[in-house]
Ligand binder design. Structure first.
Ligand code: TRP
Length: 475
């Protein structure tokens, strides 16, 4: 059975950069710092790392193996294995559509900030006189601009995906990812040399457990788990799709280690770029989702050469966001290409229109015109709401985020680990990893993680992250 018209990555470096490009995104640069900021810094980081080396590594390797052994996108992959869990593939496609619906809206906001900083830089005063918060709220609640920016963001994403695997995704990521690393390092140096910056470093790396009393282990751990899956693009088949394009001679184990390590490095580096500046300039780390847009604008504008640094920073966030959006759209489109035998350009176009009309436009308007559309939802998201709040009604942006990140991805990863560990079976993964004479050094450890750690941990934390446990008064 041939996959997605037989497309392949042309090198392992290209594959790693594409997978890292998928993983590194708004989740790392916008999400990680604010979630860490709201959950005590150090404690969140430690739990995050533990979950990554156990559950994250296990699921990542499993996804690569499913993808490469079947050579198919998620829906096709599950339906071509002996035990068909095709619904898991469909859950992945649905999750991709849900996530891209809100992800691209925030990507659009990033583009707007990039342009505003550029205007500041060349003396055109992009931000005007409004305060940081007024400017941000004024922009996201307006009726035309957010739609324009999300439209532009989606069109750029679609053009790259249309160009295909080696010409589009690989070539773009190979250049963008290393550039991103360099730019982040420059900003860290700037941030760390501000007076009082060290408090931010302490916040991240010195133990302080008082936050546990306030929020509880459950809330912090489930936030960390959802963040880890989201950040590594796990649980919905993005890595199955990329694995299906990988050559048989490459070592999957090595790749399943490199990708999470690089992703986590970027998240920690983003934390190091943001937190010291937040402390040095006297802001609160617990700002929530506005941290990047509201606090950082003042951080940049208040420091020497700030307009240039601000511009460069938002260019970087934009790169990161678009390489991730590419992978989300690729999952959705490759379902049509692989299972419906549709031509690539047409498949991408159809998904673009569907997501833009049904997802992006309503969500872009959800902060203003459509802010009175509220949907009941058991919010377990500690970072946005302080702690478990019971049933709340939320706007469309929060609802899609909750569905995509806190329900579909955590449940998807849980079911996937059960499937890999108990249904398809670790032996098949081992066979795939060891094919072509490759070694699998962590075989025993990986098998233990996928069978005994991942299913129970993800199941309990899914119940907590989705808010289900909270409804029963447990967490
Ligand atoms: N990992 C990306 C980020 O951190 C988001 C993302 C891209 C994603 N592709 C995905 C999340 C697939 C889940 C599934 O921003």
């Amino acid at each position: 059975m041939e996959n997605n018209s037989g497309a392949k990555f042309s090198s392992n470096f290209g594959f790693i950069m594409a997978a890292v490009g998928s993983a590194v995104g708004l989740g790392n640069i916008w999400g990680f710092p604010y979630k860490m900021g709201s959950t005590g810094g150090f404690v969140f980081i430690v739990i995050y790392l533990i979950l990554m080396v156990t559950v994250g590594f296990a699921v990542m390797l499993g996804e690569f193996a499913i993808g490469r052994s079947t050579g198919r996108a998620p829906v096709g992959a599950y339906s071509s294995l002996p035990k068909k869990w095709t619904f898991l593939g469909f859950m992945g496609v649905a999750a991709g559509i849900l996530i891209l619906s809100f992800y691209a809206v925030i990507g659009g906001w990033v583009m707007k900030y990039m342009v505003a900083f550029f205007q500041e830089m060349i003396g055109m005063g992009g931000f005007g006189d409004a305060s940081s918060a007024d400017y941000f709220v004024g922009f996201i609640t307006s009726n035309v601009e957010p739609i324009f920016w999300v439209g532009l963001f989606m069109i750029l994403t679609a053009l790259i995906v249309m160009a295909g695997i080696d010409k589009g995704i690989e070539r773009f990521s190979k250049f963008m990812m290393p550039a991103l690393f360099v730019i982040i390092l420059v900003i860290i140096v700037r941030s760390l040399t501000l007076e009082g910056a060290f408090k931010g470093v302490e916040f991240m790396f010195s133990p302080d457990f008082s936050v546990v009393e306030e929020l509880g282990w459950f809330n912090i751990a489930s936030t960390a788990l959802a963040q880890m899956f989201f950040s590594l693009s796990l649980g919905m088949g993005a890595m199955i799709t990329y694995g299906s394009y990988l050559d048989k001679k490459e070592n999957l184990e090595k790749n399943a280690i490199i990708v999470p390590v690089l992703d986590t490095m970027v998240a920690l580096l983003a934390g190091l770029a943001v937190m010291p500046a937040v402390f040095a300039l006297g802001f609160e780390p617990t700002q929530g989702p506005g941290l990047m847009f509201i606090v950082l604008r003042d951080v940049f504008l208040g420091m020497p050469a700030g307009t240039i640094i601000g511009f460069v920073f938002f260019v970087l966030v934009f790169f990161a966001a678009i390489t991730s959006a590419i992978s989300l759209l690729e999952v959705a489109a490759s379902y049509l290409i692989d299972s419906k035998k549709m031509e690539r350009k047409k498949a991408v176009l159809i998904m673009l229109v569907v997501i833009f009309v049904l997802g992006n436009i309503p969500i872009a308007l959800s902060q203003g015109l459509l802010s009175n559309i509220r949907i009941p939802c058991p919010i377990g998201k500690v970072v946005d709401y302080g702690s478990f709040q019971g049933m709340l009604t939320v706007d469309l942006l929060d609802f899609f985020d909750w569905m995509g990140e806190y329900v579909f991805m955590t449940l998807g990863s849980c079911l996937m680990s059960i499937y890999i560990g108990w249904i398809w079976g670790p032996e098949n993964v081992i066979k795939e990893v060891e094919s072509n004479g490759n070694t699998f050094k962590l075989k025993g450890y990986w098998t233990f993680c996928i069978k005994w750690l991942a299913p129970p941990i993800t199941f309990i934390l899914f119940l907590s992250a989705s808010g289900i446990l909270g409804l029963f008064g447990i967490a």
